[in-house]
Design a protein around this ligand. Structure first.
Ligand code: UD1
Ligand code: CA
Length: 466
């Protein structure tokens, strides 16, 4: 049986207490809504429809490339009213209509398929709904069953009697409907505590119409947890994170104090990668076999080759480390920083849009921006490539096996030839030929005894010195 998925995402999400629409709150770096959309696509849905309302423009912008259809619900008058907005784009569809919420991000594609299968097994007629048993059912709609154990209706918490509130079987908010849903939706009323059109009221309407209602118990209730406030959001993110960490550990990644490590779904790790406590890995970061990431380092969208090392407290973004390269502790690598094999960047060195050739060493306190550094070159402490003249950025080119003395400033555009030698403290604004020494600083003078003379005690000190 073919299926479409409708994701309800028009609600305000008041309990978030936020200017950001609820479904755009990030979970592991992606908007919450991106997860059900991905699950819907993976389930093989022929159409994915997102019902937007509150913050519609922002929600649409966040999903611009997702290949989904948007329909508007304004104002939001309840979940049944939300689904009714999808009628124009799905009325002629003919297959199963799966409905889920934008705030149920852990729903899996396999669960969507299982629900469609349950409807199919009921002859493709009526509806199937996922239910779950919770120790604490607070906030959810309760599943009311009759004497014979069959589902009779769903009652929202705000409308439930004390006896109904004690029911621990709840509605997950995920359903599969047959096309009859479009005829039944207009019959949903809003005579309830919240004055809303409730989608779960379809249960009673389907039963009245003599059509089957199948309750499918969820295999893993944590999959269906909703994110209605920041506490639930944090619980969900924690669960997703625990799952990700477990998966990578099973693939051979070593994590010290795993509960302190944060990583996002697009991160790729190889066996024998070592992650020390407090490591944060974001975006499309890839880490090769045997690489080690030191404690409290934050790495985004970077590639760390096998056997490379990032030492503690380093911050990398859009950087690339070749095998055997080392960065840190306290290194700052910005977009376009490339460390070739065996290159080393140490404490408080910032690198931006620069390539450091094999074996280059920049051990301390330097800034390398828009630079090309040839293999084997040594960059002294405090070296700065002055790449900005107030209007434009310029490049610095340094050859192989060159030596840039401490505290030199290379005023770009400038080129230092192979094996060129720049004396410490120089301000270089002219090219240095290969093999040459460049000194560009005030010449040192010695004024013997100047200090003591000033104090007027020259003779006295002279004695002491002898
Ligand atoms: C809903 C169910 C409840 C179920 C729970 C599971 C109803 C009435 N209740 O309650 O039985 O146990 O989910 O998580 O359906 N939305 C719209 N338009 C609206 C209202 C809501 O698009 O007019 C969207 C929201 O953005 C949200 C989803 O529908 O993504 C669910 O709405 P929410 O208010 O979170 O419903 P719950 O109170 O959680
Ligand atoms: Ca909800």
């Amino acid at each position: 049986m073919k299926h479409a998925v409708v994701i309800l995402a028009a609600g305000k999400g008041k309990r978030m207490r936020s200017k950001t629409p609820k479904v755009l709150h990030p979970l592991l770096g992606r908007p919450m809504l991106a997860y059900p959309v991905a699950a819907a696509k993976e389930s093989g849905a022929e159409r994915v429809v997102v019902v937007v309302g509150h913050g519609a423009e922002a929600v649409k912008a966040a999903l611009a490339d997702a290949g989904v259809l948007f329909v508007h619900q304004d104002p939001p008058l309840g979940t049944a009213h939300a689904l009714a907005q999808a009628a124009p784009v799905l009325a002629g569809f003919g297959g199963a209509v799966v409905v889920t919420s934008g705030d149920t991000p852990r729903l899996r594609a396999s669960t969507i398929r299982a629900l469609v299968k349950a409807l199919e097994e009921a002859g493709g007629r009526g509806m199937a709904m996922l239910t779950l048993e919770l120790k604490d059912p607070t906030g959810y709609g309760r599943v009311v069953r009759g004497e014979d154990g069959r589902v009779v209706r769903i009652v929202e918490e705000k409308d439930a009697s004390p006896k109904e509130r004690a029911i621990r079987e709840v509605n997950s908010g995920v359903y599969a409907f047959d096309p009859e849903v479009w005829n039944l939706l207009p019959r949903v009323k809003n005579e309830n505590a919240q004055g809303e059109y409730y989608l779960p009221d379809l249960v009673a309407l389907y039963l009245e119409a003599g059509l089957p209602v199948v309750a499918v118990p969820a295999g893993d209730p944590s999959e269906l947890l909703g994110a209605n406030d920041r506490v639930q959001l944090a619980v969900l993110e924690g669960a997703m994170l625990a799952e990700l960490r477990e998966r990578w550990m099973r693939e051979g990644v070593r994590m010290h104090l795993p509960e302190t490590i944060y990583l996002e779904p697009d991160v790729a790790l190889a066996p024998d990668v070592v992650l020390e406590p407090g490591v944060v890995l974001k975006g499309k970061t890839e880490i090769g076999e045997g690489a080690r990431i030191g404690a409290y380092s934050v790495i985004a969208d970077s590639q760390i080759a096998p056997g490379a090392e990032v030492r503690p407290h380093s911050v990398l973004e859009g950087a690339r480390l070749a095998p055997g390269a080392v960065a840190g502790p306290f290194a700052r690598l910005r977009p376009g920083a490339v460390l070739e094999e065996g290159a080393f960047v140490g404490n408080f060195v910032e690198v931006k849009k620069s390539r450091l050739g094999r074996g280059v060493k920049a051990g301390h306190l330097a800034y390398l921006g828009d630079a090309e550094v040839g293999e084997g070159t040594n960059i002294g402490a405090g070296v700065i490539t002055a790449n900005y003249d107030g209007e434009k950025k310029h490049r610095t080119k340094i050859g192989r096996r060159a030596f840039i003395g401490s505290n030199a400033v290379l005023i770009a555009p400038v080129e230092i030839g192979d094996e060129g030698f720049v004396a410490g403290g120089s301000a270089i604004n002219q090219d240095v030929p290969a093999g040459a020494l460049a000194i560009a600083r005030g010449k040192q003078r010695i004024l013997e005894g100047w200090v003591w003379r000033r104090r007027g005690r020259y003779s006295e000190k002279a004695e002491v010195r002898e």
